[in-house]
Ligand binder design. Structure first.
Ligand code: PHE
Length: 487
């Protein structure tokens, strides 16, 4: 429908509703709305358009098919010859079950028990359902409400909300609107016609087209921010690009005994192929074996038979501390004070629930220097977490096989108004550091936290499945703002 047609029809009627106009002209409602909008854009005194919402009924696709093929009960009735039909045969018809029960309850057909057949009780029937639906399609007010409810139950029709406009004439109503020019052409300039031409005004309110662009997942945004914090604090990023790690680096080098429950398949994913790793620095391996089984460096060790086969088993790394171990071993060759960090994925055989997945990201900070103390660790944790927007911290003694002392880190969350556990930390044990060949006086302080936890808090996400995995709503990823961990 163009604007001219719309104005002519409104002129004849004085008032009209866009939805009714669409029906009368047998065109899409949106086309009428389009014409209304173009007229309003020209001048909003030509017509008035008052938005209204109303309810109406429309046919479901099943309802449409009844109009085409007849109602199920009539089809059942028509399929019965004058001498009856076996029920089994009748039931071959599509939707025969519904049709049969409708025809029975309407008293059109009966079961003849003696002949074991279905027979007609009357000669002919009228397809009232088909007729009603055809009427309703033209005007949804034609049919009684109780009948509509019945068809609604039969899923032949459904109620819909319609947003339309009531149109009336405005003070400057006219049926001959001038089409305003949208472009100044060379011809207009040459002929001088531009002087008398009316141009459409610019619409500065129009929204530009959204550029199609990719967007970062919240985890990546928080990772970028945390990485920035580490870099500003003078840390170097460790290469964490190996998800598969040998048990040797994941556990043994960290002085984690081979019977430790974390080394069980209940907690750790073991690899089938390749099942084992082979190449370990022999001299270092001997020292690790020694410290586990017999002790040394002032420690009595665990006193068990350390097995190289156990150390060879490949696992999906359970923490990025395995990478820290490799890095510290490398650092020992030519020690200088160093600050390392990493943010990458780790894997644990967890029972999945609202806050746990079998894989997550670990954020880890490591500082190696002469004569570091627990005070240094606490101080650096305050500095680090302050940059994440967490200024109140509490520490609770904890246990890790590779740190002594060890502390769980709690922070007071202003938004949630409660203390939450945020990370784990400690000073690496001499049983871990000295076999690597680090100088005696060197201490290493370290801490770890998950990337998911602060991300969920930051973005107000309660279920980890809404953040990671197949159920993630891509719109959430698109809509979430840039991350600025409050500095
Ligand atoms: N690896 C520890 C964990 O998985 C985190 C940690 C890192 C603890 C460094 C102490 C020191 O939770």
């Amino acid at each position: 429908m163009d604007t001219k047609q719309l104005l002519n029809q409104l002129n004849a009627k004085n008032v009209a509703n866009t939805f009714d106009l669409a029906k009368e002209n047998n065109i899409d409602h949106q086309k009428v709305i389009g014409a209304v909008n173009s007229i309003l854009a020209l001048n909003n005194n030509i017509i008035f358009a008052e938005p209204i919402t109303s309810k109406c009924w429309e046919l479901t696709s099943e309802g449409e098919s009844v109009i085409l093929h007849g109602s199920y009960e009539v089809n059942v009735f028509n399929a019965i010859p004058s001498d009856g039909i076996a029920q089994k045969e009748l039931m071959q018809l599509s939707n025969a079950k519904i049709g049969f029960s409708q025809a029975m309850s309407k008293g059109w057909i009966a079961i003849d028990r003696s002949a074991n057949k279905i027979i007609r009780k009357i000669d002919s029937v009228l397809d009232q359902v088909k007729e009603d639906l055809t009427k309703l399609k033209l005007n949804c007010d034609e049919i009684d409400n109780s009948i509509k409810q019945d068809y609604k139950k039969r899923k032949l029709i459904r109620e819909v909300v319609i947003k339309s406009f009531n149109l009336s004439k405005g003070p400057e109503f006219t049926t001959s609107i001038m089409k305003l020019e949208t472009e100044l052409t060379p011809d207009m300039i040459l002929s001088g016609s531009w002087k008398t031409t009316e141009f459409k005004t610019y619409n500065f309110e129009a929204l530009g087209q959204m550029p199609a662009a990719g967007c970062l997942h919240p985890l990546l945004k928080v990772r970028a921010d945390i990485r920035q914090i580490f870099l500003e604090m003078g840390f170097t990023e460790m290469p964490t690009n190996n998800f598969v790690e040998s048990s040797f680096w994941n556990f043994d080098s960290l002085f984690q005994p081979q019977q430790h429950p974390a080394r069980d398949s209940h907690d750790t994913f073991f690899l089938d192929d390749p099942k084992t790793s082979e190449n370990f620095p022999q001299e270092y391996l001997d020292k690790v074996k020694e410290v586990h089984s017999k002790g040394g460096y002032g420690s009595q060790g665990y006193g068990y038979d350390w097995s190289k086969d156990e150390a060879k088993k490949n696992v999906l790394r359970t923490h990025t501390t395995a990478v820290s171990a490799r890095m510290l071993y490398g650092l020992a060759k030519n020690f200088k004070p160093t600050k390392y960090f990493s943010i990458d994925r780790v894997f644990r055989n967890e029972t999945l629930d609202a806050t746990h997945l079998a894989e997550f990201h670990q954020v880890e900070g490591v500082i190696a220097d002469y004569n570091l103390t627990l005070g240094d660790l606490i101080g650096v944790l305050y500095m680090f977490f302050e940059r994440l927007g967490m200024t109140e911290l509490k520490f609770k003694p904890a246990y890790n096989p590779y740190t002594e002392p060890s502390m769980e880190i709690f922070c007071y969350h202003q938004g949630l108004e409660k203390w939450i556990e945020i990370g784990n930390s400690g000073m690496f044990r001499p049983e871990m550091l000295l076999p690597m060949g680090l100088p005696d006086k060197v201490n290493v302080i370290a801490w770890g936290l998950s990337l998911e936890r602060p991300t969920m808090i930051k973005y107000g996400i309660n279920n980890i499945r809404d953040l990671v995995g197949p159920k993630v709503n891509l719109q959430m990823v698109q809509n979430n703002p840039i991350c600025r961990l409050d500095k």
